[in-house]
Design a protein around this ligand. Structure first.
Ligand code: ZN
Ligand code: ZN
Length: 362
């Protein structure tokens, strides 16, 4: 499916929700819907309506990226630019859906002031996100390329050792390596967390030397052409005690079992339960306090969720992470995360580094 179909598919959703128009102001939704990658813009989509507004800085860029929309350059007020012509439309009641999950209260009040009283504003949050959750072949290719770049970058960093370096040094090395290899950005600042610090799921790398004989959680991703990757591996820095080794083995068993269940049909909650049941049976249920996974695309966290509240049914084209973890306070942590695309008969893992416990010393 080409990205050219996206406004048409949105229009069908707009009609199905008994709306006349959809106002897109969230920049990520805007990029997905129109192809515009700048930092200021808005669009209006509906039957017969394709309006795009940005400012002077993006005059040339928007002409290239959004050729099929009627384009306007707004000098000051973007919202006024995009809805300005609606008040002069025939006086039939209009229902306009908007990104209520993203618009500020202030912007909403301003929008209300701009519009004729008989034009209704209807929260339509999630309308674009639901379509974004299912990737087309081009998007899968971009995310696969990002995951492969990230794998290669970590391989290069690991060749320089883990034990004896600071967490911050490893994280910085990984960030620079990804950028040097062509990533336009990192998906998020890399997490490098050793020993007890690994028990913090979103640990910030410290100026602390990574010791030998513990576990190090590394969570990282590259951004290519707007699309993110997200992966986690946990490494040993030398021989582990029985406790830490057991924690690693439980997480790996849970991760492999959840992967084996990943296919079209189940809900995110059902896949989450596969991993959660294994970790709970091993006595660590309380130490797996986050969801199993999340969608990945233009944003590193997007729909659908694989969690106890994930009711969305998995369908081919969804790209999700599978990332169980066990976090033992004041002691150690392990997380293992793969990035997967759901396919017609199962799934494909887009990253490829080994998951057997690997020792990376000095
Ligand atoms: Zn991650
Ligand atoms: Zn993740």
């Amino acid at each position: 499916m080409s990205s050219d179909d996206r406004p048409q598919r949105l229009e069908e959703r707009v009609v199905a929700r008994e709306l006349d128009l959809l106002l897109i102001t969230d920049l990520v939704n805007l990029r997905w819907a129109t192809g515009f990658s700048g930092s200021n813009g808005a669009a209006l989509i509906g039957p017969g309506v394709r309006t795009f507004v940005t400012d002077f800085r993006y005059l040339t860029q928007s002409a290239e990226q959004v050729p099929d929309f009627r384009r306007e350059i707004s000098t000051a007020d973007l919202l006024a630019g995009v809805v300005g012509t609606l008040n002069s439309s025939p006086p039939t009641p209009l229902r306009i859906g908007f990104d209520d999950a993203h618009m500020s209260v202030k912007a909403h009040a301003h929008l209300r002031d701009l519009l004729r009283d008989d034009i209704e504003l209807v929260g339509a949050g999630g309308l674009v996100e639901e379509l974004r959750a299912v990737k087309d072949a081009g998007e899968v290719a971009k995310i696969r390329a990002a995951a492969q770049l990230a794998d290669e970058a970590l391989t290069r960093v690991l060749s320089r050792g883990l034990a004896g370096r600071t967490e911050r040094d490893v994280a910085l090395d990984l960030e620079i390596e990804q950028r040097r290899m062509g990533a336009e950005a990192v998906s998020f600042p890399p997490i490098v967390a050793s020993g007890a610090h690994g028990a913090l799921p979103h640990a910030v790398p410290r100026d602390v030397v990574i010791p030998e004989g513990t576990l190090v959680v590394i969570d990282w991703g590259a951004q290519l052409d707007g699309y993110c990757s997200d992966c986690t591996r946990t490494y040993a820095t030398g021989p582990l005690d029985a406790h830490d080794r057991e924690v690693y083995d439980i997480v790996l068993e849970a991760q492999l079992a959840a992967l084996a269940a990943l296919r079209p049909g189940p809900t995110g909650r059902e896949i989450d339960a596969v991993a959660r049941d294994i970790i709970t049976a091993a006595g660590h249920g309380e130490q797996f306090g986050h969801g199993l996974g999340h969608g990945v695309g233009l944003e590193v966290h997007e729909a659908p969720r694989l969690s106890v509240t994930g009711e969305a049914v998995l369908v081919p084209g969804m790209i999700v992470t599978v990332e169980p973890g066990v976090y033992v306070p004041d002691r150690v942590g392990t997380r293992i995360e793969d990035l997967c695309v759901v396919t017609a008969d199962g799934h494909e893992v887009l990253d490829g580094l080994p998951k057997e416990l690997t020792t990376i010393g000095a």
